[in-house]
Design a binder for this molecule. Structure first.
Ligand code: FAD
Length: 369
């Protein structure tokens, strides 16, 4: 079937659903509460499953063209000694690309607008109904054959549908930010690698995004006032990793601290209204799969509903088909968050951790790699 869709949120889930529905003949309107279409200033990991979705959305080429392919994923300790190093690529069946969020986001906006998706900024969704309706802050009701809440971890749509999440909160979190890259920033190893530096209390995840931008994720427990301070307490981080002090010095007033959280819902839809992405299945970022799952599930939602006799039937089939993998990724990413997997150098990239990365998502070509 095809019809009209109203979507709350223009993040990776909302834009994926919008593009995929539009590709299948739907008319689509997206409500974004922010005043502008812009991704948060941090980096992101995209694995093979996400790349396959990007290909199906027709945004693969511009994303891959400017992204970084790290030769290795290293773990190092606070004395800058190597604990472990792994590489990904065709031999492992999955690539691991890193990039700024804006680099991923911009082509998605471009393709959505080129296809005729209507995106309204300053349009905060405050309510929803199972009849495929969204309500916005200006008092308007927007009726559709299919309504989607892709409005993130604090979803208003989810709340309006009465979908109470089961929450698991972790005491870990990270400050995310971008800084300029320097030449040979990391002594003693290949600075093109993604590197997780571990001390007992702190962690710096060093992620090249391109030739000039470096993504840093500074990990600390939420009770650590100095480690979680914004603006970043540069002294704390330089003391923890003295050999990275020259990079820490580049941090200005930017950065945002987010704790890790898993949310599970009793159902991903009610009637003709669904939730997808972090509004439905938020998870800790330990596997770098939150956006990957958001995009996979948003694409499959569009594919399966378009292929069904009714929206309600399509949404039921969608959840039955897609949810087991997402549940698994939530389990593994949560257990890694609870155990600080990787801190001792033992590999965390086993088959369970890579299951989503190796998955061929619904609606994508198996030959995408
Ligand atoms: P969001 O990205 O939260 O987008 C929601 C959108 O809806 C936003 O534009 C917001 O402004 C808008 N909105 C919110 N409320 C309303 C409303 N009421 N009305 C209208 N619009 C609204 N995933 C990866 O795949 N790889 C990674 O490397 C990775 N690293 C991460 C690191 C950290 C520290 C964290 C916390 C997460 C990470 N993730 C990663 C997860 C990833 O960021 C999320 O899973 C992904 O952004 C979810 O996309 P989304 O579109 O569902 O939600």
């Amino acid at each position: 079937m095809r019809g009209h869709a109203e979507i709350a949120g223009s993040g990776f889930a909302g834009l994926t659903a919008a593009i995929a529905l539009r590709q299948r003949g739907w008319t689509v309107r997206v409500h974004e509460s922010s005043p502008e279409l812009r991704a948060f200033g941090a980096g992101i990991f995209i694995w093979e499953n996400g790349l396959r979705v990007l290909r199906a959305l027709d945004v693969y080429d511009p994303v891959v063209a400017g992204a970084h392919v790290a030769p290795g994923y290293e773990a190092r300790n606070a004395r800058n000694e190597r604990l472990a190093c792994e590489s990904f690529g065709p031999q492992r069946g999955t690539r691991m690309l890193t990039m700024t969020r804006e680099h991923l986001y911009r082509p998605m906006v471009t393709v959505a607008q080129r296809l005729g998706v209507e995106i309204l900024v300053n349009s905060e969704v405050t309510g929803a109904s199972p009849e495929g309706e969204l309500r916005t802050v200006d008092g308007r009701t927007w009726r559709a054959d299919l309504a989607i809440g892709a409005d993130g971890v604090r979803s208003n749509v989810r709340q309006a549908l009465g979908l109470e999440p089961k929450r698991t909160k972790f005491d870990l979190g990270v400050i995310r930010l971008l800084v300029p890259r320097g030449r040979d920033d990391v002594p003693g190893t290949d600075p093109e690698n993604v590197i997780n530096f571990w001390s007992r209390e702190h962690r710096i995840l060093y992620v090249p995004c391109n030739a000039s931008e470096l993504y840093l994720a500074l990990g600390a427990r939420h009770t650590d006032r100095e480690g979680t301070a914004i603006p970043v307490n540069r002294q704390v981080w330089s003391n923890a990793f003295p050999f990275l002090a020259h990079i820490v010095e580049r941090i200005g007033n930017q950065g945002r601290y987010d704790t890790y959280e898993t949310q599970r819902l009793p159902s991903w839809s009610v009637g003709r209204t669904a939730v997808v992405g972090d509004s439905a299945h938020a998870m800790p970022p330990t596997l770098g799969q939150g956006a990957g799952c958001a995009m996979m599930n948003a694409l499959s939602l569009a594919v399966i509903v378009s292929d069904s006799g009714s929206v309600e039937d399509g949404l039921r089939r969608w959840e039955a088909t897609e949810r087991p993998l997402t549940d698994h990724v939530q389990d593994v990413s949560s257990s890694y968050a609870a155990t600080r997997a990787g801190a001792d150098g033992t590999s965390k990239w086993d088959a369970g951790a890579l299951r989503a990365a190796l998955h061929v998502p619904t609606g994508t070509e198996a030959a995408a790699a």
